[in-house]
Design a protein around this ligand. Structure first.
Ligand code: ATP
Ligand code: MG
Length: 180
């Protein structure tokens, strides 16, 4: 499984539709300060279901929508589509290529799609949860996150490892069952 492409439309600084294609292996995004490199990573987090505006370096979720520049009016919606190569069947769905879309309108409505069919956020989280791209998004290590891990308490650090290994959800379920 690998990420094939990412299309941003009205997302943060990407007012016009922009598609980035990824080959298997390492991809580097280079550019001057403020050119939108981190916005690309924010788009990845967002399309995979992140709910916290702070994770996306904004104050509120609406801040992901292109806010306008001196020469260009603000837009009414943001849309990101991530296409994943699933030819090895790593994602539990019968498609060799899977596209996930998230769309948000300035009025607040949000839509999610898997291969063009509308779905719930939960469906996307479930689709990705066993793939190693879990919902907590620790596969994307942001600026400052590394020091947060290094400075965390042992229990917190254990949760990072468990999330990466895919056992955290089982432990949470067990704890919940024991409380009953
Ligand atoms: P650095 O090298 O400093 O880390 P970067 O390439 O990571 O820079 P980003 O943080 O991705 O840069 O982009 C910041 C730019 O995105 C800023 O110019 C900011 O104004 C713009 N931006 C962020 N949100 C929006 C928005 N909603 N609408 C329009 N532009 C936005
Ligand atoms: Mg940056």
């Amino acid at each position: 499984m690998h990420l094939k492409s990412l299309t941003l439309k009205g997302f943060k600084s990407f007012a016009s539709a922009t598609t980035l294609r990824f080959e298997p292996g390492i991809t580097c995004v280079v550019g001057p300060n403020g050119s939108g490199k981190s916005n690309v990573l924010d788009a990845l987090r967002w399309v995979m279901g992140t709910q916290g505006a702070k994770d996306l370096r904004g104050g509120k979720m609406e801040d992901v929508i292109f806010a306008g520049t001196s020469g260009r009016a603000p837009l009414g919606r943001a849309e990101v589509t991530l296409t994943i190569d699933n030819s090895d069947g790593a994602l539990p769905i019968d498609y060799v290529e899977v596209s996930i879309t998230r769309r948000m309108f300035r009025e607040g409505a949000t839509e999610y799609e898997i291969n063009g069919n509308s779905c719930r956020l939960m469906d996307i989280q479930e689709l990705l949860s066993d793939s190693g791209i879990g919902r907590e998004m620790h596969v994307i290590v942001g600026q400052g996150q590394l020091s947060a891990i290094l400075e965390s308490k042992p229990e917190e650090r254990r949760a990072f490892v468990e999330e990466a290994a895919g056992v955290l959800k089982h432990r949470k379920r067990k704890e919940k069952a024991l409380r009953k």
